[in-house]
Design a protein around this ligand. Structure first.
Ligand SMILES: Cc1ncc(COP(=O)(O)O)c(C=O)c1O
Length: 197
């Protein structure tokens, strides 16, 4: 089992993050935990992550990686150590900002006729259903799928969203709230205006 715990610190409301090995200790010998600094410390560009796994798996992965990429740049590793040793105060501040943006985004999306938006309790994405918009015509273009909708939103409102097709079924779209409050309100506002025409 590979478990990606990269959003462990970004949970909201009553949600509690539980590492899988804590929930099911018997899995420890067959579990690979992956994680990194990209989300918790907003260090996406530093390209540092890690893996916690049984020793033989770790050894094989290290051998493999040494031939693929040779190493993670030393300066990135030092920065990651500083982040991990620096405590979680800044992370908690960031989570508060994400929490505020999450509420703004969900509220604004729910104002759009045809969108149904559950409240996310982790990470930094809203994943509303847009099924109510399929079959409509927007600026002369027929919207048959969420991929069509994402294209129209990109070209007409100049806002990038990821259509549900990237993850599975059509009929959904993913919007990130990892951006500033003003930009977020501007972006979702543009989508609101486009879809209310
Ligand atoms: C579930 C998940 N894991 C990992 C990553 C990326 O991690 P990294 O930037 O360290 O490659 C992302 C970022 O989009 C993610 O959503």
């Amino acid at each position: 089992m590979i478990t990606d715990e990269i959003y462990e610190h970004l949970v909201y409301d009553d949600a509690v993050f539980t590492p899988i090995v804590r929930a099911v200790p018997e899995l420890a010998d067959q579990c690979i935990v992956v994680n990194g600094v990209a989300k918790t410390y907003a260090m996406t560009g530093w390209r540092v992550g890690w893996m916690i796994a049984p020793a033989d798996v770790t050894k094989a992965a290290a051998n493999f990686q040494s031939h693929l990429t040779s190493n993670v740049a030393n300066v990135s590793q030092r920065a990651a150590i500083a982040a991990l040793e620096g405590g979680l105060e800044a992370v908690h501040e960031m989570r508060e900002a994400f929490d505020r943006r999450r509420r703004t985004m969900v509220d604004m999306l729910r104002e759009i006729d045809g969108i149904v938006c559950p409240t996310p309790t982790g990470a930094f994405y809203a994943y509303p259903s847009v099924e109510g918009l399929l079959g409509r015509t927007i600026r002369g273009r027929e919207i048959a799928t969420s991929a069509d909708l994402a294209t129209v939103i990109l070209e007409e409102a100049e806002v990038a969203v990821v259509p549900g097709e990237a993850f599975g079924p059509s009929g959904f779209m993913r919007l990130s709230y990892a951006l500033g409050d003003d930009d977020l309100a501007e972006g979702v506002g543009r989508i609101q205006r486009l879809l209310s025409e």
